[in-house]
Ligand binder design. Structure first.
Ligand SMILES: Nc1nc2c(ncn2[C@@H]2O[C@H](COP(=O)(O)OP(=O)(O)OP(=O)(O)O)[C@@H](O)[C@H]2O)c(=O)[nH]1
Ligand SMILES: [Mg+2]
Ligand SMILES: [Zn+2]
Length: 322
């Protein structure tokens, strides 16, 4: 005797594919394969779709309802004690955009890098505002360990004033973005929206600059949003940039403390060489990681600051589990 067919197995005739190009609390903006955009509401109460999600939706009048989320290749998110904040899904790259001003937090940079490594998404670091020579030089110096551990660190000047300068770094950055989907991430004021406007003048994303001119308070990005950049397309490969709101705190509660060192390339290269297989690389004798940490008297391949960030994170991620 054949089992009766479950209700949700009946083929749905009217489901259409779409891409989430903006996500709000209660609804999403979905783009159809022919480029139309419409507001879609989630089936359940909670809107679980994030920018970059592929969905199946059904028309309900002028709007739509999201019936299904397709499987994700990856999901980039941060999590603290209170909540999980998803940025975007199905990414090829995360561009961490920091600037000479405001001064960036190395701890937040390290956290964003760990989050990208944990999802196996290639991170690129760009340091913006190279026109501000003195703070730029200092910031560039602070990034030395990140270059040494193999990350691509690009100097950049995105302000319209430097558009005429040939060495603004935009071309080198474009080479990295071409044909990929990239989430642009970074603290408020680093120039994320300015980058979108620079590559896509028609986008006219509000930036800090506009608000100063209008004297109408700070124009900060409040929603993650997808932008196609056809100018950078490579053959059949489409280029997309995702603008996101600046963040202050990048929580990594979703990462096991014992996984942390694997997500930090400068530490990762020594894993498996410690005396104890379950070494935490904090105090153990015979630790291959500790042996490489620079001190006042010795120069190692791991900067003292990086190890301090590791220790702080390890502590933070261990505490909230008990
Ligand atoms: N001097 C200088 N200023 C820049 C440069 N790039 C961007 N800015 C300015 O930095 C300010 C902030 O830029 P935004 O693009 O709004 O920064 P954002 O990262 O989008 O900020 P949030 O949306 O708040 O996260 C604006 O006033 C820009 O004009 C640059 O290369 N040099
Ligand atoms: Mg912005
Ligand atoms: Zn160790």
């Amino acid at each position: 005797m054949s089992k009766p067919k479950a209700r949700d197995e009946t083929p749905s005739v009217d489901l259409k594919p779409g891409l989430v190009v903006a996500a709000y609390g209660r609804h999403s903006l979905v783009e159809t394969p022919d480029g139309q955009r419409l507001i879609c509401h989630p089936r359940g109460k909670k809107n679980q779709a994030v920018v970059g999600d592929h969905v199946l939706w059904q028309a309900t009048g002028d709007e739509g309802s999201i019936e299904r989320l397709q499987e994700r290749r990856n999901l980039f998110y941060r999590q603290d004690e209170i909540r999980t904040k998803s940025f975007a899904a199905n990414l090829d790259r995360v561009l961490i955009l920091i600037a000479a001003e405001p001064e960036f937090s190395e701890s937040q940079l390290a956290r964003a890098l760990v989050a990208a490594e944990a999802e196996k998404i290639k991170p690129i670091i760009a340091l913006n505002k190279s026109d501000l020579a003195t703070p730029f030089a200092q910031a560039w110096e602070r990034l030395a360990p990140y270059r040494t551990m193999g990350y691509l660190v690009l100097p950049l000047s995105l302000s319209p004033r430097s558009a005429l300068i040939q060495s603004d770094g935009v071309d080198a950055l474009c080479d990295q973005l071409r044909g990929h989907t990239t989430l642009v991430l970074g603290p408020s004021g680093s120039g994320k929206s300015t980058l979108i406007n620079r590559l896509l003048p028609g986008a006219q994303v509000e930036t800090g600059e506009i608000s100063q001119a209008l004297n109408s308070g700070k124009h900060t990005t409040t929603n993650t949003r997808w932008y196609w950049v056809p100018e950078l397309d490579q053959g059949m490969q489409h280029t997309a940039l995702i603008d996101s709101p600046g963040f202050q705190e990048f929580g990594l509660n979703h990462i096991e403390p014992t996984r942390l060192a694997q997500c930090m390339p400068d530490l990762r290269q020594y894993l498996g060489q410690c005396k104890f297989y379950n070494c935490t690389h904090l105090h153990e004798p015979g630790c291959a990681v500790l042996a490489q940490v620079s001190s006042e008297t010795t120069t190692g391949t791991i900067s003292a600051r990086r190890h301090r960030i590791y220790a702080q994170l390890f502590d933070e991620l261990s505490q909230q589990r008990w």
